[in-house]
Design a binder for this molecule. Structure first.
Ligand code: NAD
Ligand code: AHE
Ligand code: ZN
Length: 370
């Protein structure tokens, strides 16, 4: 079939909107009509050329929601008409990782996913001239239709709006999951969140759900303050307004250091500050941000010797097919909020505006509605 897609032809260039060919689903695969997709900073990270795994030409996008149109041979858990959220972290429920209680990082198709290919080692997308176009994070939600492995689709309730629940495909689950699944934040905790964008605000939302007493937000952009306060931020720090070292300032503000800190910027300097602003003896710092090729984190080992813990999280530690339908229920039951964070709705033709808004610091989430 033919479908419309925003194609990343080469690193650093705007996406090009075009008709592409899409082959039907093979064994274990599913054809999905994407109804809406968010634009996450990770899409920009790859588009810009900063991703060491970035390959071109590719159809980016990994924060979508849609409807199953067709199932390939052997698909048993989905049928046409089902509503689904694509999962860049699949859940096969069989690999060593899925069977291990300490991780959500299903590895059953990770190798081909990183090569921009389906599990059989081929792409379903091509140009109208027949040249292959690569998949991205196993999702490619910047196309109106995509083909995905069955194990990378979470089946969700049919009354949930696509233009809101697409955000659960990455930002919402990552932020809330970092608090609940990864850090396991306790009632009364003090926390610092670095970066008040589409992920950081969901960390704040998760911290409020977990009953944190103090939620400090750190961002260079003061325009993010009203939304962060609405989601539960208790204190705001703009690093550009702090004289001297930020670490002692934050340690003082949190009465000795935070129980939990979260990096949602992708800046390795910020990651160091986040680790060092965690409380001596027990503070834990969770890295969510994705850093450019070649960037490395560093600190004095003494920071770890004296009890601080550095850890990371992907997709908020969530097991997608199991957890994502529950998070959709939380949204539908009013336990979490999504709508205010979706600041812009765009058509596919306007998708590059979504990246411009992100760079200008004017959006939280732009959502493309097909
Ligand atoms: P975003 O652009 O919406 O937000 C980033 C925020 O960080 C902005 O508000 C910006 O002003 C702020 N910021 C940038 N540099 C800063 C600095 N030096 N100090 C303080 N604040 C600073 O991006 P997002 O969509 O929220 O994504 C955030 C990060 O999380 C990205 O690196 C993204 O790739 C990553 N991410 C990781 C996962 C995961 O599973 N680990 C999932 C989604 C996104
Ligand atoms: N390709 C990058 C790594 C990118 C990365 O860490 N991605 C996160 C999800 S970000 C979603 O917005 C992730 O899930 N990582 C685990 C994995 O297996 O990719 C690089 O640096 O090579
Ligand atoms: Zn993302």
């Amino acid at each position: 079939m033919r479908t419309r897609a925003a194609v990343a032809i080469e690193a650093g260039k705007p996406l090009e909107i075009m008709e592409v060919n899409l082959e039907g689903p093979k064994a274990g695969e599913v054809l999905v009509e994407i109804k809406a997709t968010g634009i996450c900073h990770t899409d920009e990270f790859t588009r810009s050329g900063a991703d060491p795994e970035g390959l071109f030409p590719a159809i980016l996008g990994h924060e979508g929601a849609g409807v199953v149109l067709e199932c390939g041979p052997g698909v048993t858990s989905l049928e046409p008409g089902d509503h689904v959220i694509p999962l860049y972290t699949p859940e096969c429920r069989e690999c060593d990782y899925c069977l291990h209680p300490k991780t959500n990082l299903c590895q059953s198709i990770r190798e081909t996913q990183g090569q921009g290919l389906m599990p059989d080692g081929t792409s379903r997308f091509s140009t109208l001239d027949g040249d292959p176009i690569l998949h991205y994070m196993g999702c490619s939600t910047f196309a109106n239709h995509t083909v995905m492995p069955e194990i990378a689709l979470a089946k969700v309730r049919k009354d949930a709006p696509f233009d809101k629940i697409c955000y659960i495909g990455c930002g919402v689950t990552t932020g809330i999951g970092a608090v609940i699944n990864t850090a396991k934040v306790e009632l009364g905790s003090r926390a610092i969140v670095f970066g008040l964008g589409g992920i950081g605000l969901n960390v704040i939302q998760g911290l409020r759900m977990a009953g944190a007493d103090q939620i400090v937000g750190v961002d260079l952009n003061p325009d993010k303050v009203p939304m962060a306060e609405a989601f539960g931020m208790t204190d705001f720090v703009n690093p550009s307004e702090v004289e001297g070292d930020l670490v002692p300032y934050l340690v003082n503000l949190t009465k000795g250091g935070a129980d939990y800190t979260f990096d949602a910027t992708g800046n390795v300097g910020v990651m160091r500050t986040a680790l060092e602003a965690a409380h001596k003896g027990w503070g834990e710092s969770v890295i969510i941000g994705v850093a450019p090729a070649g960037a490395e984190i560093s600190t004095r080992p003494f920071q770890l010797v004296t009890g601080r813990v550095w850890r990371g999280t992907a997709f908020g530690g969530a097991r997608g097919r199991t957890d994502v339908p529950k998070i959709v229920d939380w949204y539908m039951d009013g336990k979490i909020e999504i709508d205010p964070m979706i600041t812009h709705r765009l058509t596919l033709d306007e998708i590059n505006t979504g990246f411009d808004l992100m760079h200008a610091g004017e959006s939280i989430r732009s959502v493309v509605v097909y």
